[in-house]
Design a protein around this ligand. Structure first.
Ligand code: BJW
Ligand code: ZN
Length: 253
């Protein structure tokens, strides 16, 4: 007879845990996802009109207005219990790496320290001419204007659009974290955007126990050892609490 090990016991025994997070991770912070739900960011819009270098070249004001709306909304958003649960789990495992596709900075705001941001940070901009990175663009963007650099050129959001390379070294570091994981969470992502989605087979082939946390099926579901159709902000705190209880029991002897 095989005895199914609990996820908490796998986490307790893990040397390395890696989490691939996506927009669903921040859904319970009030941030709309891209492709799911009635308030999806891309509902009624074509991604190529907003999240590509061509879109920006063609109509920078349209693109900046979209980012301005999102920046205004983000000001009121805080990390949710799912983000905080990952900080609690990280305190009890030797290595926990978060590989996030999110650009909202909420993992770091929650207190996570080892975070690889694959798609940049919406709260930063960079100059289209001199390349300088800045964070003083937010008010201009929220006001519905195109933010400018001190050199006079247009700024652009410091995020990764379709057809663009990821930040230097980010995917290499993320692939190493996927390949080295004993437990690999796929949380709140539809797993349709590459190269991020390619981390799931990397983890799986390297022997990780792969857990999907998502209320809906995704392109990654068939690769997962355990699927939990529960929102991340509910499921992850439950596992953090189970792990804490297990560790406390072990310590009590
Ligand atoms: C919950 C929940 C709750 C709800 N709890 N869950 C290989 C094959 C095919 C294509 C390609 C390939 N390699 C590269 C490509 C091209 C392209 C690509 O992937 N295209 C596919 C769409 C087909 N990739 C790229 O261009 C990438 N660059 C690249 O590969 O460079 C190398 C290269 C360059 C040039 C030529 C050749 C190679 C760059 C990708 C950049 C993606 N950028 C965006 C925008 C970022 C900026 C911004 O925010 O505005 O990143 S697109 C958008 O999608 C954003 C997200 O990070 C990303 C992923 O979305 P995510 O997070 O999965 O969100 P959703 O909405 O899709 O899903 C949410 C999920 O949450 C759902 O499943 C819900 O059910 C769930 N959920 N509530 C848990 N409470
Ligand atoms: Zn400049």
């Amino acid at each position: 007879m095989t005895v199914e090990r609990s996820l908490a016991s796998r986490l307790r025994d893990a040397r390395a845990v890696t989490v691939l997070s996506g927009a669903g991770m921040s859904a319970e912070s009030g941030i709309p996802t891209f492709r799911s739900g009635v308030d999806a960011l891309w509902r009624g819009r074509r991604p190529e009109t907003l999240a590509t270098p061509n879109a920006f070249a063609h109509d920078p004001l349209l693109v900046w207005r979209w980012y301005g709306e999102r920046l205004a909304h983000l000001r009121a958003c805080r990390p949710n219990p799912g983000h905080t649960a990952l900080v609690r789990i990280a305190a009890l495992v030797p290595h926990l790496t978060i590989v996030t596709q999110n650009v909202d900075g909420l993992h770091r705001a929650a207190g996570s320290t080892r975070v690889i941001e694959l798609h940049g940070d919406i709260r930063r901009a960079r100059c289209t001419a001199c390349g300088m990175r800045r964070t003083d663009h937010v008010d201009a963007a929220i006001a519905g204007t195109i933010p400018r650099c001190v050199c006079g050129a247009m700024l652009r959001p410091d995020v990764v659009w379709f057809g663009e390379m990821l930040p230097d070294g980010a995917i290499e570091e993320a692939s190493a974290a996927a390949a080295g994981a004993d437990v690999f969470f796929v949380a709140g992502t539809s797993a349709v955007v590459y190269p991020a989605a390619g981390l799931v087979p990397i983890a799986r082939e390297a022997g990780a126990f792969v857990v999907e946390v998502n209320p809906e099926p995704t392109d990654a579901s068939s690769l997962c050892d355990l699927i939990v159709r529960t929102p991340a902000g509910v499921l992850l705190p439950q596992h953090a609490a189970e792990l804490e209880a297990l560790v406390a029991r072990d310590q009590a002897g």
